[in-house]
Design a protein around this ligand. Structure first.
Ligand code: C2E
Ligand code: MG
Ligand code: MG
Length: 643
C-alpha cells in the first residue's frame, strides 16, 4: 500500500510539474504572438482611418462631419486615439480623441521620441501597451492608437487558461488513472513475487511441504495455544529406514520420487490442521495439535499403515519402512527445540529396536545428564564389581516345576541405586564395553549355576547375548573355555538372542549358533514376534526354543488378537519342532490360557520377579513352582480358548 501511494504521489507531482512548464512556455508564446498580431492589425486599420481622416485635416480649423464617428469596433475599444504632430504636439480633435487616458502625456512623450510611424509595444509603470502609429496622408500629422496589452490579450489568456485547465485536468485524470493502473499491476506483480519468495523460503522444494523454519514457527504457535488452553500437543520425527539403499540402487531421481510419495501419504493420512514438514534428507516431522499419548499412538499406527504399502517406482514396488519418534507437550518439553530433540532421540530408539514408533523416554536419551554420567562410569562398574545378576525362574507348565532361570544383569550404582539393563546395556554396546559385560555375565552365571548344582539345585541358566556378540567369531570358543574351566556341561547353559540381533547379521549368526549348538548349548530366540523374521530362516536356525515376546503375553487374556498371535506362535514352534516359552506372564488368566494352548514354559511376574541368588533359593523352596512341588498349585478354572 505504501509503495502504491508513493508511486501515485510521484506520478502526480511529475505530471503537475510538466504541466506547469508546458503552461508557462505556451503562455509566453501565445502572449508574443498575440501582441504581434494585434499591433499589425492596429496598424493596418489605422492606415485606413488615416486615409479617411486626411480630407478633414487639410485646412484649419479642422471640421468634421457632425455625423463623423470612428465606427471600427476594434478602435472603439482602443483606450487612446490621438492625432499629433511628428514632434508629439497634440492636435485638438475632441470628436475622435479621448482625453481621460491616464498616462497619455507619458505615452505621447515616448512616441515623440520615435520619429518613424510604426507599431510596437512598450512598458510604462509595469503596464504593457500596444501601439500603432501612421502618417495621415497629405498632412504632416500622425494618427496613433494606444491601448493596454492586457485588454486585448485577456481574451486570449482566458481561452488559453481554460484550455490549459481542461488539458491539465484531463492530463491529471489520465495520469491518476494511469498511475493507479500501473501501481495496481506493479503491486500485484510485487505481491505475487513476494508471496513466491516467502513460500520458497518456508517450504521444501522437492515435496512442497513446510520446511524446518516453518515447522518451528508452527510448533511455537501451537505451543502458545496449547499452553493457553491447557491442551497437549504431539510432535513426530520420522525417518525412512534404509532410504540410502533406494537412492544408491535406483538413483537420486527415483529417490526424490519416493520422498514425494512419502510426503503425500503422510499428509493424506492426517488431518488438515496437522502440519507435515520435511526437515531434509529422508527426515519428516509432523505436528499434531491437541493430541495426547493415546492420540499420538493412533496417529503413528495410521502413518505406519499408510507407509507400509509399497510404492510403485519404475515398474518395481519399493517397500519403505519408517521409524517414528514421538515427543509430547508438556510431558517431554515446553519448546520446539526440546520437543524436536526428544522426538529425535525417540526416533533412534524406534529405529534401533525396530519398533515402528517410540515415545520419548528420558533414560534412553543420549543427551540426558544421567545418561552421560552412566557412560562415564560404566567401565568402573564392571571393574569395581558393581554389576549383579538377578534370576527369573522359567517354569515347565506340564511338569509344573522350575527348570531353569534367566540371568538378568543389574547395575548396583553407589549413588543412583539399582539400574535396569534396558538403560545401561545399550550404553555398553555403544561404548565397546559389551564384550566385557557379556564375559562378566557368562562367568558369573556359569559359576552360580555350578554352585547351585553342587548343592543339588539343578537348574539350567539362560544368558542374554546382544547383537554385537555375533560379530565376535571367537565367542563359541570363549564360552567353551569358560564351561570347561568351570566343569559345567554345555547343556546346562541356554543362550538367548533376539530375533532382530540374529537377522541383522544372519551369516555370522548362523555360524556362531551352529557352533554353539554343536557344543550342546541350548539356543533361544528372545522377544519372538517383534522382529519379523522370515519363516524360512527360522526353520534353518539351530535354535531349540522360541520365547514369545511379553508384549503379546501380558494382556492375552483380555486381548483377543494377542491371544491369537500367542496361539499361532505356539503352534508354529511345535510344527517346526521347537519348544516355546511365554515371557511376561503377569496374571493367573494368562497362565491358564497358556497351559490350555499347550505352551511349554512360562516366565513372568505372576510366577516370580527376577530375584537375587539368595531370594531365588528361598523362592524355590516355598513356591508351588519350586524344584520340589511341596505346595499344591491352585486349580485351573475354565477359560475360553481363543479361536
Ligand atoms: P529379556 O531378555 O527379554 O528379559 C525379560 C525382561 O522382561 C526382563 O527385564 C524381565 O524382568 C522382564 N519381565 C519378566 N517378566 C515380566 C512380566 O511379567 N512383566 C513385565 N512387564 N516384564 C517382565 P529386564 O531384567 O529389565 O531386562 C530387560 C532386557 O535387558 C532383557 O530382556 C534383555 O534383553 C536385556 N538384558 C538383561 N540382562 C542382560 C545381559 O546380561 N546381557 C544382555 N546383552 N542383555 C541383557
Ligand atoms: Mg532374555
Ligand atoms: Mg524377552
Amino acid at each position: 500500500m505504501q509503495i502504491r501511494t508513493r508511486l501515485l504521489a510521484s506520478f502526480v507531482a511529475i505530471a503537475l510539474l510538466v504541466l506547469t512548464v508546458f503552461g508557462i512556455v505556451a503562455y509566453r508564446i501565445a502572449e508574443d504572438a498575440a501582441a504581434r498580431q494585434e499591433t499589425l492589425t492596429l496598424q493596418r486599420a489605422l492606415e485606413n482611418i488615416a486615409g479617411y481622416l486626411a480630407p478633414y485635416l487639410q485646412d484649419k480649423p479642422y471640421r468634421f462631419d457632425p455625423n463623423f464617428s470612428l465606427r471600427l469596433p476594434y478602435l472603439q475599444q482602443a483606450t487612446l486615439v490621438v492625432v499629433h504632430t511628428a514632434n508629439g504636439t497634440l492636435v485638438n480633435l475632441p470628436e475622435i480623441q479621448r482625453t481621460d487616458f491616464p498616462d497619455r502625456d507619458k505615452l505621447l512623450a515616448t512616441l515623440a521620441n520615435d520619429p518613424l510611424p510604426r507599431s510596437g509595444n512598450m512598458d510604462i509603470d509595469s503596464t504593457r501597451y500596444n501601439w500603432a502609429s501612421v502618417f495621415i496622408p497629405t498632412t504632416n500629422l500622425r494618427l496613433t492608437v494606444v491601448h493596454p496589452a492586457i485588454a486585448a490579450e485577456f481574451a486570449i489568456i482566458k481561452t488559453l487558461g481554460m484550455r490549459l485547465l481542461v488539458t491539465g485536468v484531463v492530463v491529471i485524470w489520465i495520469a491518476i488513472w494511469g498511475a493507479l493502473i500501473i501501481t495496481a499491476l506493479l503491486t500485484k506483480h510485487l505481491r505475487n513475487q513476494n508471496a513466491r519468495l516467502i513460500h520458497q523460503s518456508l517450504h521444501d522444494e522437492l515435496t512442497d511441504l513446510p520446511n524446518r523454519t516453518l515447522l518451528y514457527d508452527r510448533v511455537e504457535q501451537a505451543l502458545h495455544r496449547a499452553h493457553r488452553d491447557g491442551h497437549p500437543l504431539t510432535l513426530f520425527l520420522m525417518d525412512l529406514d534404509r532410504f540410502k539403499e533406494v537412492n544408491d540402487t535406483l538413483g537420486h531421481h527415483f529417490g526424490d520420487y519416493v520422498l514425494q510419495q512419502v510426503g503425500k501419504r503422510i499428509s493424506a493420512a492426517l488431518r488438515e490442521t496437522d502440519t507435515v514438514a520435511r526437515l531434509g534428507g529422508d527426515e519428516f516431522a509432523v505436528l499434531i495439535p491437541d493430541a495426547d499419548a493415546d492420540d499420538a499412538r493412533n496417529c503413528a499406527d495410521k502413518l505406519l499403515a499408510a507407509l507400509d504399502i509399497a510404492i510403485p517406482v519404475n515398474g518395481m514396488s519399493i517397500s519403505i519402512k519408517t521409524s517414528i519418534g514421538i515427543a509430547l507437550y508438556p510431558l517431554h518439553g515446553n519448546d520446539a527445540e526440546t520437543l524436536l530433540q526428544h522426538a529425535d532421540v525417540a526416533m533412534y530408539q524406534a529405529k534401533r529396536n525396530n519398533l515402528g514408533y517410540s515415545l520419548y523416554a528420558q533414560d534412553q536419551d543420549p543427551h540426558s545428564v544421567r545418561r552421560l554420567t552412566l557412560i562415564g562410569e560404566l567401565r568402573d562398574a564392571i571393574s569395581k564389581n558393581q554389576l549383579v545378576l538377578h534370576y527369573q525362574p522359567k517354569v515347565h507348565l506340564r511338569q509344573q516345576r522350575t527348570v531353569g532361570v534367566e540371568a538378568l544383569v543389574r547395575w548396583q550404582h553407589p549413588t543412583l541405586g539399582l539400574i535396569q539393563p534396558d538403560e545401561f546395556v545399550p550404553l555398553t554396546e555403544q561404548n565397546g564395553l559389551i564384550s566385557s559385560l557379556t564375559d562378566w555375565v557368562l562367568q558369573e552365571s556359569i559359576q552360580q549355576c555350578c554352585e547351585w548344582r553342587s548343592r543339588g539345585i539343578n537348574l539350567r541358566i539362560a544368558v542374554n547375548l546382544s547383537a554385537h556378540s555375533l560379530h565376535n567369531m571367537a565367542l563359541p570358543d570363549h564360552i567353551a573355555a569358560r564351561l570347561h574351566a568351570a566343569g559345567m556341561p554345555a547343556c546346562h547353559l541356554d543362550i538367548e538372542l533376539t530375533e532382530s540381533a540374529m537377522m541383522s547379521d544372519l551369516a555370522n549368526a548362523m555360524e556362531i549358533l551352529e557352533r554353539l549348538s554343536s557344543m550342546g548349548v541350548r539356543l533361544a530366540i528372545d522377544d519372538f514376534g517383534t522382529g519379523m523374521s522370515s519363516l524360512s530362516y527360522l526353520k534353518r536356525l539351530p535354535v531349540n526354543e522360541l520365547k514369545i515376546d511379553k508384549s503379546f503375553v501380558i494382556d492375552m487374556a483380555e486381548d483377543e488378537n494377542n491371544a491369537v498371535i500367542v496361539r499361532s506362535i505356539i503352534d508354529l514352534s511345535h510344527n517346526i519342532g521347537r519348544e516355546v516359552v511365554a515371557e511376561g506372564v503377569q496374571d493367573r488368566d494368562a497362565l491358564q490360557l497358556l497351559e490350555m494352548l499347550g505352551c511349554d514354559m512360562a516366565q513372568g511376574y505372576f510366577i516370580s520377579r527376577p530375584l537375587n541368588a539368595t531370594e531365588l533359593e528361598h523362592w524355590l523352596q516355598t513356591s508351588p513352582w519350586g524344584l520340589r512341588s511341596h505346595n499344591p498349585r491352585p486349580e485351573i478354572v475354565s477359560i475360553k480358548k481363543p479361536n
